[in-house]
Design a protein around this ligand. Sequence first.
Ligand code: ATP
Ligand code: MG
Length: 306
Amino acid sequence: FAISMDQLQLDEELGKGNYGTVKKVLHKPTKVLMAMKEIRLELEDAKINAIIMELDVLHRAVAPEIVEFYGAFFIESCVYYCMEYMDAGSLDKLHGVGVPEDVLACIASSMVKGLKFLKDELNIIHRDVKPTNVLVNQKGEIKLCDFGISGELDKSLAKTNIGCQSYMAPERIKGESQNNLGTYTVSSDVWSLGLSMIEIGLGRYPYPPETYSNVFAQLTAIVHGDPPELPEGRYSETAREWVSLCMRKEPTRRAKYAELLAHPFLSNDSRSTVDMVAWVRKALEYKAKVAAATKAAHMAQLGNPS
Ligand code: ATP
Ligand code: MG
């Protein structure tokens, strides 16, 4: 069935990205809660129509580790994209000061399975693996979203904002600077996966904070520095090795998805008994506490302007 705007009841805003806003909506005919992403594109209708048609492939992207796609439509120069609503939000706001190793393994396992499914079944390379694109629900499920499905859409998004935290693999950064955009392979996603795992383990973006506000310093560190690692002591050698297999600077030396799944870090049976529901509950409590503290600090600052 096709979704249209008049069937949707708009609810709260869930977040903003570089290209648009995501809102929670209720699809009135089916009573299904959805997340609707609005992407503003200054394009003629024919191009937008081509994008909507390309997005149709997403109806085939059905797997437990992939956020479900419900449909897309456009109004004026905006594309509206409706997907499964994930009620615990994205991983970037759930990791707190770092997650325990068994939870990390569970998240890694879901991400690798999702990426492998996209590659094997649909021949899709994700191209934007990062914690904000890994969504969680209170059932403890971990799912990927925002994969590069539409060439037209990709070309139309102004890729000017590299952002202050880059998940791009070294070869991509080098490729872009040489204006060579053909270098993207599945192994670039493996790097971004490894970097996301370290961020979730550390509880912060792995490259030094000095580089957050200096894009050049950050890209230099990624291209010329040693790859980051999971912290010693807090994580087993098995976990650290798994991550280092993703973080080889030379793309051809990085592990393949099948190897990552077969590695003891993920193949260990005890992983299947992790209580992800309990972890999500705790992570949401922590997130609410941090939000309340931030708000209080903000109010205090408003109260006594210095
Ligand atoms: P970028 O624009 O660089 O991709 P982003 O992934 O943060 O960054 P969006 O994809 O626009 O930007 O998403 C904005 C925020 O909305 C996300 O960080 C996430 O917290 C929230 N969000 C996105 N999709 C959903 C969803 N299906 N369910 C719940 N929350 C979502
Ligand atoms: Mg996103």
